[in-house]
Design a protein around this ligand. Structure first.
Ligand code: ATR
Length: 265
């Protein structure tokens, strides 16, 4: 896109907070490369306003779809007319396409993006033991993708224990061969440690796990993109761990998002 005209198609990313998002840069660059007459804008929408905002969007005919992130990934599922079986099992979506007939179709790419990002960095999750902090939308997607990749153990640790237990049950239905446990804040004894909570996004956030239990043989991975070095990654580095930042998860899914959202010339 060189100029916004009356023919330009509009996409958005919905989030609260919004300032940290990197999706506009990533998808606008990709549309330029593909020669798409479109633009993706940041939309700062609160959880409370989400249903009303979505209802209004449906009447905008040059609006083609959106990416959703914190805190909307779970709530948006019920506002979609159709979601894939995988997204339904995960209970969250992060990309929604608006069809010409006004129907909203949702899909979840976080998990595949995270695993693709790990592999791109030469980290193969198959056969490894993984500690996962969080049981929200992103954590659910990552848990499913890690189970699909064939981890040897997945330990889920979340502030709200009932959510970890529900996730464990859903994983058992889809991946009965993968051992899943409910963990504590102590990540020791796992080869890969993943923060899939939203902690680290806001200044002054508590750490998502007990970093004093990290050891140099562990890999510490993040899903938070901004700041690039979260307190968790800094603590991991200090303890000699290999660290894996949040942005590869985004890089791992931009092409998939663009295809799904219909960003074509
Ligand atoms: P996302 O879509 O990014 O995954 P989410 O579904 O709202 O966002 O999930 C946020 C995750 O961060 C959850 O695991 C949440 O824990 P709860 O399930 O207990 O809410 C976790 N989280 C957020 N704030 C937290 C805090 N202050 N302490 C511990 N965990 C927190």
């Amino acid at each position: 896109m060189t100029e916004i005209t009356g023919r330009t198609s509009i996409w958005a990313i919905l989030a609260d907070p919004i300032h940290h998002v990197k999706t506009p840069q990533a998808l606008n660059a990709l549309m330029r490369e593909r020669g798409v007459d479109g633009v993706l804008i940041p939309a700062h929408v609160s959880a409370e306003d989400l249903p009303g905002f979505i209802a209004g969007l449906k009447s905008m005919r040059n609006f083609k779809g959106f990416i959703v992130t914190v805190p909307h990934k779970t709530a948006i599922v019920d506002l979609c007319d159709e979601v894939s079986e995988q997204a339904r099992a995960i209970g969250a979506v992060n990309a929604v396409r608006l069809e010409a007939d006004g129907r909203l179709i949702g899909e979840m790419f976080d998990g595949a993006g995270f695993v693709a990002g790990l592999r791109q960095a030469g980290i193969e999750p198959h056969g490894r033991s993984v500690y996962l902090a969080g049981a929200g939308g992103a954590a659910n997607a990552i848990a499913f993708a890690l189970a699909e990749a064939g981890v040897s153990l997945l330990t889920i640790a979340n502030r709200t224990r009932s959510k970890s237990e529900e996730l464990k049950e859903r994983l058992a239905q889809h991946f009965p061969a993968v051992p899943v446990e409910i963990g504590t804040p102590d990540p020791s004894g796992h080869e890969i440690v993943v923060n899939a909570t939203s902690l680290g996004l806001r200044e002054g956030d508590p750490l998502p796990l007990d970093v004093t239990r990290l050891s140099a043989d562990q890999i510490v991975a993040e899903i938070i993109m901004q700041p690039e070095t979260t307190s968790l990654l800094a603590a991991g580095k200090e303890r000699g761990c290999r660290t894996h930042p949040g942005h590869p998860m985004l890089a791992g899914q931009v092409e998939q998002w663009a295809d799904f959202l219909g960003m074509r010339p």
